[in-house]
Each structure stands twice: as structure tokens, then as C-alpha cells.
Design a protein around this ligand. Structure first.
Ligand code: AMO
Length: 432
């Protein structure tokens, strides 16, 4: 019976006289003091194999071995296998173009991404995607527990949802369509349809030309939308619960992956403590912290605001609400400030460890008011034709989207968001 590397110590303790089978990739070959070792890699970790003879094998070959398990403090995982037989299932060529077992902190990101199909074999790189899988699993589980329905909406759309720019064009029979920047319109329509609470985890596309450590041209958007809310504050509460649940699951399920990156997740109490400050307050605070003048919640301001909340509230998270209308899309609900002239909105961003990870807010659900707002955004009624369904009954609603790679990046402390994407797309990279 095949055992996994992580279970070798238990096998050695429970049944040291029973031969077991292990299978995986040749991570490393070693000869120490005349003894031959193979470090075998499988999905659970590394296992030391001890051999009597020098094996005729190349790194990255896939092998199957049989042998007796034995405890050994010096071996990874505290156990090893004394090999009685070795079968090479798939022999790796000796001209490996990328050294899988190298310390990735010594390899440049470009080399890692140029060799993505091989660099993904590295255990430390794989741990990023195990954490990401748990983030998505916990996000979905938490929302399902609150009666949200998972949706999958089309990524081919007739017009943009976040303003007209930054769209990738696609040929669609005899017309042009676009790759969706966000499921914004569909998630709102599905709330209006009576599902009331929906979520989606799916790719989103942005034809942004800049190359920064925080932008991808294709990213995974974790979207939430719910009906019958009063303001963005209900959404901030929901996101606090959601993030606390995600951090909790990652802490439980990804202990070794977090260790590999010397990372930790915030405790739930610190998530609850996260302050909400208005855009105007945020600018004041950022300017108080900054050396130069800050005019907008730009990347520098995001970093300064997180430093401030870490110091003042002992939390890695801060919510900024009430963004001015000019910074938010047409669908955002205006906040009447009493002078009869709405200048700010029921909107918010979440900043985590120096980076915006979420945007959201309440939406305008009154079709007439939506139409009135359009000229401010240089938009016409035709461009939002689908929203006409709001004429036929729509509850007050709102939602938000968390960037999955940004959250992964910040949990693990990755320098560049591209590290948190299996096959990142940037201006030059569409392969592998
Ligand atoms: P926004 O455009 O701010 O809002 O996107 C929401 C979140 O998605 C992530 N994100 C990105 N991640 C990587 N690369 C990018 N180019 C990129 N662009 C965005 C960020 C960001 O906070 N429809 C609204 C959401 C809503 O109101 O529900 C929207 O898409 O983490």
C-alpha cells in the first residue's frame, strides 16, 4: 500500500517491520559518508529514502519504492524508508532547464515564471496555491453557511461594467464583445431576481497597461452581492466575518505552508477591531503620516493607513468608506450629506497589510435615479440597458469583491502578485 511522505513517521512507529510503498518525484540525490539518499517528493512533503547502492536515476524522475519505514530525527518529517526495491516509472531527461529544488529566494521572478511548468513543482511555490485553495474554500463555505447561492456568470460581455476603459476585445462571430472586468451587472441582477444573496469565484480581466507588483491582467475575483441592506456598513460587517473565517481556516489547514513563508494570519479579534474611517478622514490621517502631500488613496496612502491602524488599533486591516462620487462607478449609491447635494457614496475599500484587497458598496437600485446619474459618467441609457429590469422591482442591495491573488499575496508576504497566480497574465506573458 502506498503511504505519503507525511505518514512515514507514523508507519515507522506503528509497524516498523511491515514494508510500505512510496511514490513521487526525485527531489534531490545525495551521497553522505558513503550512504546513498534520495529525497522523494509527493503531494504531502518530502521523504528520505536510504539505498544500499547508488541509484541510476535523474532529478525529477517519477519513481516507486518499497521498503521498511524507520524513525530518524535528522530526516525531513522525522522518518526515512530503507529501500528494498526501486522502480523508475518516468525517467526525467538529464537536461533539466530549471532547478526545481533550488532556494527560490535566490531565483528571480522572471526565471520562475519563464519556467512555470517546472517551478510549480517547488514545494515552497506549491504552498502558495494550497493556501489559495483554502482561501477560496473558506470564502465559499462561510457564504453558503449564510444562505448565499454560488453563481457562475458569463465572462463574455457586450459592454463594460466598471466604466468603458480597460477592456479586452474578443471577436464573437461577426461582432466584437469584451472579457468581463467584473460580474458586477450579473450579480446585481441575480439579487434582483430573488436569489437575494449570491457569490461567485471566477476570473476577471483588466486590460491595464501598467506592470506593478499589485496588478494582473487576469485575476480571480471573489464576488459577493446581497439584498436588503441599509448601507455599506452592513457589508463591512459581513466582510469582517468572512475574513476572520478565512484566516481561521488558513491557520488550521495551512500550518506548514505558512511556516514555509514565515507568515501568519491575523487573529479573529484583530479583524473585529479593524476601524472604519471615511475617505476624508483617511486623507487627513495619511497626510499626517506622510512626508509629502497625499491627494488620493494611492498605494502610498494605503501603506500609511495600514501602518496607522496597526499602531492605533493593533490590526492589519482598515476599512475606508464614503468615497467621493467621482471615484466610484455609476452604480454606486450616493450618500446624501444633508445639503441636498450628494458628493460622497455608500462605498468602501478594505486595506490589508498595506494593500487594497476589496472594493464594494451599496448600489443604486432605483432605475430612475440610475438614469439621472448617467450623464455625470458620460454614459447613455443604451449602455446600461440590462439594468432596466430594476424597473420591475429591486430590493436595496450591495456587495463587494475581494481580489483572490491580492489576499494570498498579503497573507504570505509575497513581494509580487504574480507569485500568487498559477499562470499569470501580464502585458508580455500569455504562456505557459
Ligand atoms: P475593483 O475594480 O476595485 O471593484 O476590484 C475589486 C478588487 O479586485 C482586485 N483587483 C485586482 N487584482 C489584481 N489585478 C488587478 N488588475 C485587479 N483589479 C482589481 C482588488 C480589488 O480591490 N465591481 C467592483 C466590486 C464591487 O463593487 O462589488 C470591482 O470590480 O483586490
Amino acid at each position: 500500500m502506498r503511504i505519503l511522505a507525511k505518514d512515514a513517521a507514523e508507519a515507522a512507529r506503528d509497524a516498523p517491520d511491515t514494508e510500505v510503498e512510496a511514490a513521487g518525484w526525485v527531489h534531490r540525490l545525495r551521497n553522505m559518508g558513503g550512504v546513498n539518499f534520495i529525497i522523494l517528493r509527493d503531494r504531502s512533503g518530502l521523504l528520505q529514502l536510504v539505498l544500499d547502492e547508488k541509484p541510476d536515476i535523474t532529478p525529477e524522475s517519477v519513481i516507486r519504492v518499497r521498503g521498511l519505514p524507520a524513525l530518524n530525527e535528522k530526516a525531513p518529517g522525522g522518518a526515512e524508508l530503507r529501500v528494498a526495491s526501486l522502480e523508475c516509472i518516468s525517467r526525467a531527461g538529464g537536461d533539466l532547464p530549471y532547478q526545481v529544488n533550488a532556494d527560490i529566494s535566490r531565483i528571480g521572478l522572471e526565471a520562475i515564471l519563464d519556467n512555470r511548468t517546472l517551478s510549480l513543482r517547488n514545494p515552497k511555490i506549491q504552498s502558495i496555491f494550497r493556501v489559495q485553495a483554502v482561501i477560496i474554500e473558506a470564502f465559499s463555505a462561510y457564504l453558503r453557511s449564510l444562505d448565499f447561492t454560488e453563481i457562475k456568470t458569463s465572462k463574455l460581455i457586450g459592454s463594460g461594467t466598471e466604466g468603458g476603459t480597460e477592456l479586452f476585445e474578443v471577436e464573437y462571430f461577426d461582432r466584437k464583445v469584451y472579457l468581463a472586468q467584473s460580474p458586477q451587472f450579473y450579480k446585481q441582477v441575480l439579487v434582483a431576481s430573488g436569489l437575494e444573496r449570491v457569490f461567485e469565484v471566477a476570473p476577471a480581466y483588466r486590460a491595464e497597461k501598467h506592470d506593478t507588483p499589485r496588478h494582473l491582467n487576469e485575476y480571480v475575483s471573489m464576488d459577493v452581492e446581497m439584498g436588503f441592506i441599509d448601507s455599506e456598513k452592513d457589508l463591512i460587517e459581513l466582510e469582517k466575518g468572512l475574513l476572520a473565517a478565512i484566516f481561521d481556516e488558513v491557520k488550521k489547514k495551512n500550518r506548514r505552508d505558512l511556516e514555509a513563508w514565515n507568515a501568519s494570519v491575523p487573529d479573529p479579534e484583530s479583524v473585529r477591531r479593524a476601524p472604519t474611517i471615511s475617505y476624508a478622514e483617511a486623507l487627513k490621517i495619511a497626510n499626517g503620516e506622510a512626508r509629502g502631500k497625499i491627494f488620493d488613496i494611492n498605494p502610498e496612502a494605503e501603506r500609511l493607513l495600514c501602518e496607522w491602524s496597526a499602531r492605533e488599533y493593533r490590526t492589519d486591516l482598515v476599512f475606508v468608506n464614503e468615497f467621493p462620487r467621482r471615484y466610484r462607478p455609476f452604480y454606486t449609491y450616493p450618500l446624501d450629506q444633508g445639503e441636498g447635494k450628494p458628493v460622497s457614496t455608500m462605498s468602501f475599500d478594505a486595506l490589508f497589510r498595506g494593500l487594497e484587497i476589496t472594493t464594494g458598496g451599496r448600489r443604486q437600485h432605483d432605475y430612475g435615479a440610475l438614469l439621472e446619474a448617467l450623464p455625470r459618467f458620460g454614459m447613455t441609457e443604451e449602455s446600461i440597458a440590462g439594468y432596466a429590469v430594476f424597473k420591475y422591482g429591486c430590493p436595496p442591495h450591495g456587495g463587494f469583491a475581494i481580489g483572490c491573488e491580492r489576499l494570498t499575496q498579503k497573507i504570505l508576504g509575497l513581494a509580487n502578485i504574480k507569485e500568487a497566480s498559477l499562470f499569470p497574465r501580464d502585458r508580455r506573458r500569455v504562456e505557459p
